[in-house]
Design a protein around this ligand. Structure first.
Ligand code: NAD
Length: 256
């Protein structure tokens, strides 16, 4: 990898203690950025920072629950004062309960919306004013294919992710042309904590891979590459968009 689109830039990645967020953090540091590694779990955030440091990058771990407005504000201030004003925000933190609506508790529903959707609202409110004042910035929101199609047991998750895609469009309208705001909708990305149980279900994995035009599961690095593209000047004419990173899963109903 020899592209370095982020020399001298500060990037804040939420949920960067594990999985896709960690891969995104690593990717941006490889391209020269200093990265704020925000996670509700400070220990795993520290591990991400350790991986970045051993690869020669610069990062800072900060703990915050994205669904708590005050924690978010403090964390954003800490990252900006440690690493410099934030040029790129990647809203990636998320949770998922696989539960049919009639079996889902109020708490599970509210927590899903609070972390996956309201968290992005809090982060944007904390970061965007600085970007507007400095005359530029990029926001990348990690949605999901589940925000575009109906799936069993994904009502809360899918509603939160559908909300993320719509929030992205609204933010692109309100914050443009100074800030580009885009979303990524990943399909099945193996090897993350969220997919731990799914990855073990060999039959389901075989079906998902067979239904994917790329004939493989996605990797956190696949999503990281899309995030690094959307936040770069290569994507300066792209805003309010949703980039599917699903190996073609949702493009095809029948392929025979
Ligand atoms: N893995 C997939 O197949 C897949 C597919 C589509 C979308 N996504 C989305 O990608 C994002 C990352 O998912 P992942 O698979 O890497 O999951 P993961 O569980 O491996 O990582 C999520 C990270 O977010 C952190 N987090 C959870 N709640 C938080 C909170 N309240 N505040 C701050 N941090 C919090 C966790 O501690 C964890 O480090 C999520 O938004 C998820 O919905 C994942």
């Amino acid at each position: 990898m020899d592209i370095r689109r982020y020399d001298g830039k500060t990037v804040l990645v939420t949920g960067a203690g594990y999985g896709i967020g960690r891969a995104i953090a690593l990717r941006f540091t490889r391209e020269g950025a200093r990265v704020g590694v925000l996670d509700v779990d400070l220990e795993t955030a520290g591990e991400t920072v350790g991986l970045i440091a051993s690869a020669g990058g610069v990062a800072h771990a900060v703990r915050a629950d994205v669904s708590k407005s005050e924690e978010v504000k403090k964390a954003v201030d800490e990252v900006a004062s440690t690493l410099g004003p934030i040029d790129v925000l990647v809203n990636n933190a998320g949770i998922r309960y696989v539960r049919k609506v009639l079996e889902m508790t109020d708490e599970e529903w509210n927590k899903t919306i609070a972390i996956n959707l309201t968290g992005m609202f809090y982060l944007t409110k904390a970061v965007a004013p600085q970007m507007l004042a400095r005359g530029g910035g990029k926001i990348v929101n990690v949605g999901s294919m589940s925000g575009l199609i109906g799936q069993l047991g994904r009502a809360a998750y899918g509603a939160s992710k559908g909300g993320v895609l719509q929030l992205t469009r609204s933010l692109a309208v309100e914050l443009g042309p100074t800030i580009n705001v885009n979303a990524i909708a990943p399909g099945y990305i193996a090897g993350t904590a969220m997919m731990r149980e799914v990855d073990k279900d060999t039959k389901n994995v075989e079906w998902m891979v067979a239904s994917t035009l790329a004939r493989r599961a996605g990797t956190p690095e696949d999503v990281a590459g899309a995030a690094a593209f959307l936040a770069s000047d290569d994507a300066s004419f792209i805003t309010g968009a949703t980039l599917l990173v699903d190996g073609g899963f949702s493009a095809a109903r029948f392929r025979a």
